[in-house]
Write a protein that binds this ligand. Structure first.
Ligand SMILES: [Zn+2]
Length: 237
């Protein structure tokens, strides 16, 4: 399923459920819900979340900046020879790395920095920091679309935020779970408990086909309808 459909369906249904059970919907709750809706696809090369958080252009700019830094070190560090050459070569090697690997390194550095020094943003520094590190080190594709992914993310939210309120981890966990359920509607389905080969697959739609995008659009419309019934009708009256 497309990232945008996930964003609408997971976020819309989660917020509707919260509305029905009368939980308070704050801006942080909406933010966690939206991120959790996109999180499972983070291991895909064109993930909506990663490409917005660290755009490819940013990484390309970083590469250029590194080449500049390498040149600077070489020419202006001649008093420290041969260290200027060694450093310049090191920086040059980093700038030659594939965009994807460089992005992972930047993610780990920012994540570790947030966890260690982001104490002003508690508990967000733990959530965002761990998330960046986990995403960069994710061992293999598909692990996010499992029960372990749901439990891991929910546990991370629970331990970092349950001291403040219970809405955040409930919203995040539910939104993540809904993403997996939406993916299980497709012909590819998901493998929720590897190493078991069992696939959860309802085969309602084939991704990439016209009928598939039609069904996908149908679920998006249904979500808007649900949100309308739960929230907007009250405002109108
Ligand atoms: Zn997915």
């Amino acid at each position: 399923m497309m990232g945008k459909s996930h964003l609408v369906i997971s976020t819309g249904v989660t917020l509707s459920v919260l509305g029905i059970i009368d939980e308070k919907i704050t801006l942080p709750v909406i933010a966690v819900t939206a991120v959790s809706a996109l999180l499972p696809d983070i291991d895909e090369p064109n993930s909506l979340l990663v490409s917005r958080a660290l755009p490819t252009r940013f990484i390309q700019f970083l590469k250029l900046a590194l080449v500049g830094l390498g040149g600077f070190l070489y020419f202006f560090g001649q008093a420290f020879a041969p260290w200027n050459i060694i450093l310049a070569v090191l920086v040059g090697v980093v700038s030659l790395m594939p965009t994807r690997s460089l992005r992972n390194i930047v993610m780990i550095l920012i994540g570790a920095g947030l966890i260690l020094f982001g104490n002003t943003f508690i508990p967000w520094n733990y959530i965002i920091g761990s998330l960046l590190v986990i995403c960069a080190l994710l061992p293999h594709r598909g692990l996010t679309h499992t029960l372990y992914g749901v439990l891991g993310w929910t546990a991370l939210l629970y331990f970092s935020t349950s001291g403040y309120s219970n809405t955040l981890w409930i919203a995040g966990g539910l939104s993540y779970l809904l993403h997996l359920l939406a993916d299980s509607l497709t012909n590819r389905g998901i493998r929720p408990i590897p190493p078991l080969d069992w696939r959860l697959k309802f085969n309602l739609m084939s991704t990439g086909t016209r009928k598939g995008s039609f069904v996908e659009g149908g679920f998006v419309l249904l979500t808007f309808f649900l949100v309308y019934i739960v929230f907007l009708r009250h405002i109108a009256i």
